[in-house]
Write a protein that binds this ligand. Structure first.
Ligand code: TNX
Length: 508
C-alpha cells in the first residue's frame, strides 16, 4: 500500500486530521446519499464539483457519498463537522446544515486544485485521499466588510466574493452600503437616496461621474445566494456621520436645511452630519425598516464612526436636543442618537452593530467593532459588549501589503500578510471573562483607492486567507500556514483570483 503522499494543504487548518491509506475515486457513476436536512449541502457539492469533473453526482439511496445531519456531532457546535473519506465511501456529518456546508468546502479542497477551475477539465481520475477529520471554528463570526459606497460594485462580483469567503469558511459579508460619497441601498419611500445620493459628479477632480445602486431584487438574490453557502449578509447603514450623500439627497436631514450640498467628491472625514431633529430619527427608522424587510440578518450595522460634532455646536435644533435630553453637550449627541437607533432595531428583534472609537462609546446592547485599536475591544468587553475585532493595524486590507514600488496607489500605510496572520483574535493578557466576549474577527476593505474588482481582489488575497485561518484555527504556526498557503495559491489561481500570484511576505 502506498503511504500518504502529498500534504493536504487544507485552509483553514482543520482541528483534527488523520491521514489514512488509500483514496476514494470520484467517478461519473458516483452518487450522493442525502439524508433529510442535507439537501443544501448536496446542491453545493454538485455546484462546486460538477463544472470541472463533469460528474453529475445524482442523489441515490445507496450513494457512496453520504451527507447526514447527526446530533451526535453536537459537540462540534453550530458549524463543526466530521468527514471520513474511505476507499469505498465518503461520510460527511454535522449537527447543523452550516457544518455540512463547511465540510463540503473541505471535501472540495481534498481534490487537486484543478477541481476549482470553472470549466470541464480532462483528468484521468479524481481522487480524494483517505482522511478522518473533526473540525470546528475557534470564533463564531468570521467576517469581511466590503465598501461598495466609495466605489460601487456589481452584484455579480459580490456573488463571487461570497464564493471566495465560503471557500475559506468565512461566514459574514458586511456590506458598507452608505457613505459620504454614495448611497447604494434602495428605500422606496425615499427615492432620492439612490437617484441623487447614488451618484457623485467626480472623484478628486477626475471629471468622471461615479455611481450605482442595488435593486431590492438584487439584494434579496444575493442574500439567498449567500445563505445557501453559509454566509450571512450584514447590511451597514452609516449614521450619524458619513451621511453626506443622504443629506445631498434630502437637505432637511442636515444641520442647515437651507443649504444644498453635492455628494462628496473627496475622501476623508466630512463635517456634514445628520441633524438631531425629529426628521433625522424618522429618516433612520424608515431606512432601517426597509433594511430589516430586505435583510433577514439578526445583525444590522449602523456605523457610528468618525462623526465630527462641529455642526452640532452651532445648530439650534442640536442644541435644543442637548437641553431636552439633558446631555452634557453636543459631543454626547452621537451616543444619544445611536442609542435611539439601537432601540429601534432591538424592538424588532435585531442586534445593533457599531464601529467604536475607544471601546466605551457605544450604548448598551451594541456589538462593538473596535477599529482604532485592539485594546478598545478589551474596554468594550469589560463593559459587557460582545466584540468583533476589526482594528485597522491588523484587519484593514486597503493598506498596501508590500512596501516599496510596484504597488498600486493605496491608503498610506502597510499591512503585511504576516501581520494579519500573527494578530491574535484575543490578545494575550485579556482576562477570561473579557476574552469570552470576543465573538469574531473581521477584515475591512475600504475602497477609496480600489475602484475595480480586480484591484479589490488583489488587496483581499491572500491576506483574507490569513485572517480566515486565525479566526477558524486555534493554532498559530506561520511556517505551517505558509506551506499550506503555497499550495492554496493554486486554488486561488484556478479561481482566477488576481491577488494570488503575489504571495511573498516582506516584514516592515
Ligand atoms: C476609516 S474605519 C474609516 C473609513 C475609511 C478608512 C480608510 C472606519 C469605521 N472609518 O471611512 O474608509 O478609515 O482606511
Amino acid at each position: 500500500m502506498p503511504a500518504p503522499r502529498e500534504p493536504l494543504a487544507l485552509v483553514p487548518r482543520p482541528l483534527k486530521l488523520a491521514r489514512r491509506f488509500g483514496s476514494f475515486a470520484l467517478g461519473p457513476g458516483t452518487a450522493v446519499r442525502i439524508a433529510p436536512g442535507a439537501e443544501s449541502a448536496a446542491s453545493l457539492l454538485r455546484e462546486l464539483l460538477t463544472p470541472a469533473t463533469g460528474f453529475p453526482l445524482p442523489a441515490a439511496p445507496d450513494g457512496e457519498i453520504i451527507l447526514a445531519l447527526d446530533p451526535a456531532l453536537g459537540g462540534t457546535g453550530e458549524e463543526g463537522y466530521g468527514l471520513t473519506v474511505a476507499p469505498d465511501a465518503v461520510l460527511l456529518r454535522a449537527a447543523r446544515p452550516a457544518g455540512l456546508l463547511h465540510g463540503v468546502q473541505t471535501l472540495r479542497q481534498l481534490l487537486p486544485a484543478e477541481a476549482l477551475l470553472p470549466g470541464a477539465v480532462r483528468a484521468e481520475r479524481w481522487e480524494l485521499p483517505c482522511v478522518e477529520i473533526t473540525d470546528r471554528p475557534l470564533l463564531p463570526r468570521r467576517g469581511f466588510m466590503i465598501d461598495v459606497a466609495r466605489h460601487f460594485q456589481p452584484v455579480s462580483w459580490l456573488r463571487r466574493l461570497v464564493d471566495l469567503l465560503a471557500l475559506h469558511k468565512l461566514n459574514v459579508l458586511q456590506l458598507h452600503l452608505t457613505d459620504d460619497q454614495g448611497w447604494r441601498m434602495p428605500v422606496p419611500a425615499l427615492p432620492r437616496l439612490t437617484e441623487i445620493g447614488g451618484v457623485r459628479a467626480e472623484t478628486l477632480g477626475d471629471g468622471v461621474p461615479h455611481g450605482g445602486a442595488y435593486s431590492t431584487a438584487e439584494l434579496r438574490g444575493l442574500i439567498a445566494y449567500a445563505g445557501a453557502r453559509g454566509v450571512e449578509i450584514v447590511p451597514e447603514i452609516e449614521v450619524p456621520g458619513h451621511t453626506r450623500a443622504a443629506i445631498a439627497a434630502y437637505p432637511h436631514l442636515g444641520n442647515d436645511p437651507a443649504r444644498t450640498l453635492p455628494v462628496w467628491t473627496r475622501w476623508g472625514v466630512c463635517d456634514t452630519v445628520l441633524g438631531m431633529g425629529e426628521e433625522s430619527l424618522d429618516f433612520v427608522r424608515t431606512v432601517l425598516d426597509e433594511v430589516m424587510d430586505v435583510f433577514p440578518s439578526r445583525h444590522v450595522h449602523v456605523g457610528g464612526d468618525e462623526c465630527p460634532s462641529t455642526e452640532w455646536h452651532h445648530s439650534p435644533s442640536a442644541l435644543d436636543r442637548v437641553r431636552t435630553e439633558r446631555l452634557p453637550g453636543p459631543d454626547a449627541l452621537r451616543g444619544w442618537f445611536l442609542g435611539q437607533v439601537g432601540r429601534h432595531l432591538a424592538a424588532h428583534g435585531r442586534v445593533p452593530f457599531g464601529w467604536s472609537e475607544n471601546g466605551t462609546d457605544l450604548p448598551p446592547g451594541f456589538t462593538v467593532l473596535p477599529w482604532r485599536d485592539t485594546d478598545h475591544g478589551l474596554a468594550a468587553a469589560r463593559r459587557g459588549h460582545r466584540v468583533i475585532t476589526s482594528a485597522y493595524r491588523t484587519s484593514y486590507l486597503d493598506y498596501p501589503q508590500h512596501p516599496g514600488p510596484g504597488e498600486p496607489p493605496g491608503q498610506p500605510g502597510l499591512l503585511t500578510l504576516r501581520q494579519v496572520y500573527e494578530a491574535d483574535p484575543v490578545p494575550p493578557g485579556w482576562e477570561p471573562e473579557a476574552a469570552r466576549q470576543v465573538v469574531g474577527r473581521q477584515a475591512a476593505l475600504w475602497s477609496e483607492y480600489a475602484p475595480t474588482p480586480a484591484h479589490l481582489e488583489y488587496l483581499a488575497f491572500p491576506r483574507l486567507t490569513a485572517l480566515a485561518e486565525r479566526a477558524w484555527s486555534p493554532r498559530r504556526d506561520w511556517d505551517d500556514f505558509g506551506a499550506r498557503l503555497t499550495r492554496h495559491r493554486l486554488r486561488l489561481d484556478a479561481l482566477g483570483v488576481r491577488g494570488a500570484d503575489r504571495f511573498s511576505d516582506t516584514p516592515p
